[in-house]
Ligand binder design. Structure first.
Ligand SMILES: [Zn+2]
Ligand SMILES: [Zn+2]
Length: 369
């Protein structure tokens, strides 16, 4: 039985990287090991001893790229958390849990309408949850939406942290797309942190064909073992070449080239966004899952002509966590090939490597205070 701490050990973002608008000069951001008081638990809250917290692209956006957090620094980043309940109501003690990356208020018209993943009063650790985030020893959270892990079938609890975001984000996107058996699916960024799960999930939902588009040849090869039926390398090609390759692929495999495809854009990179927009055709759906700050150019009248849709997808409703977790535990969605755990004390180096795009796997940091 873990002991209940007086203080939370944590890696705080004291300040993010900043860039002087006139001179372009950059001031490095600062992550600092410190301790903060453990908050007093209110009814309906639990203190979770963190097993692992994944390093997400969103954290890097906050730290390096000027994306503002709702709560101003200093605060602890990290929203992809798994752990064990060590304090709170008796029934909860000892339970292993995944903490949803966004926790709805469950008390507003948006939540009542079943759209709580985009509740305006939602709380996200490492962003809008006060100073509290996942790169810590503990975190106090409401129990209402915790996803309980009853039997993790020998999988390390820390690895299951990726269910909090990287696995559930595609699940919500699949729901938004109305993904079902025999669907035709394209994923731009199929080799990335979300893409690897999007492809497996599409297959698990019974997609007839999953076409993955990305740049890295080794990772594209790997994608073929994890959900993708076909892959197209976008490296060094313009959009016309990619589309021609897609048409040839469809022709060769008896698939329609110009209608019915559901496209998932999961990167937030401009190049991939342009490909995704160009692939949208008759009766298609484009689900926008990646985030970026750039603008895109697209003739919206094409949507009318195509009778097509572009849909945004944010986070994931807590009610979808158990079925997404089930997919991981029963092996339909494999996470182990894509996860590497490291001690939390490597956070600065890990952030640097992740930011430089040098990592082949998602890093889950485990507390070693
Ligand atoms: Zn994230
Ligand atoms: Zn709400």
């Amino acid at each position: 039985m873990a002991s209940i701490p007086d203080a939370i050990q944590t890696w705080q973002m004291v300040q993010p990287w900043t860039r002087n608008k006139e001179t372009g000069e950059k001031t490095p951001g600062k992550l600092e090991r410190t301790s903060i008081p453990a908050p007093e638990l209110k009814p309906g809250e639990a203190l979770v001893e963190i097993a692992g917290c994944g390093v997400c692209h969103t954290d890097l956006g906050y730290f390096y790229d000027g994306v503002p957090t709702v709560n101003k620094p200093p605060l602890t980043l990290g929203h992809e958390i798994s752990g064990r309940v060590v304090a709170g109501e008796k029934d909860w003690i000892g339970k292993e849990v995944i903490i949803p990356a966004v926790m709805p208020c469950n008390n507003c018209p948006i939540c009542a309408a079943g759209r709580g993943n985009r509740c305006l009063a939602q709380k996200m650790p490492g962003n809008s949850f006060g100073i509290y985030g996942g790169f810590s020893s503990h975190i106090a959270v409401p129990t209402a939406d915790l996803c309980v892990v009853n039997d993790r079938k020998g999988m390390p609890l820390e690895s299951l942290a990726v269910v909090a975001d990287a696995v559930t984000t595609p699940y919500q996107a699949a729901m938004r797309a109305g993904l079902q058996k025999d669907d035709l699916v394209i994923i731009t960024g199929v080799t990335g942190g979300v893409g690897v799960y999007m492809a497996q999930m599409a297959k698990a939902f019974g997609a007839k064909a999953v076409v993955g588009i990305a740049r890295n040849p080794q990772k594209l090869e790997r994608a073929l073992q994890y959900g993708a039926d076909y892959v197209i390398s976008s490296a060094g090609k313009d959009i016309k070449q990619i589309r021609d390759e897609f048409r040839a692929l469809c022709k060769g495999h008896g698939l329609p080239a110009n209608y019915g495809w559901k496209i998932f854009e999961v990167t937030g990179s401009k190049g991939a966004q342009e490909i995704a927009l160009a692939m949208l055709s008759f009766t298609g759906k484009l689900i926008w899952v990646g985030y970026s700050t750039n603008d895109n150019e697209y003739s919206l009248s094409r949507l009318m002509a195509f009778d097509a849709e572009i849909i945004g997808s944010w986070g994931c409703l807590p009610k979808y966590y158990p079925p997404a977790l089930e997919m991981v535990l029963d092996g339909r969605v494999k996470i182990e090939p894509f996860v590497e755990t490291r001690p939390m004390s490597t956070i600065q180096k890990t952030f640097e490597e992740a930011h430089a795009g040098e990592l082949a796997k998602r890093i889950v940091l485990t507390p070693d205070f």
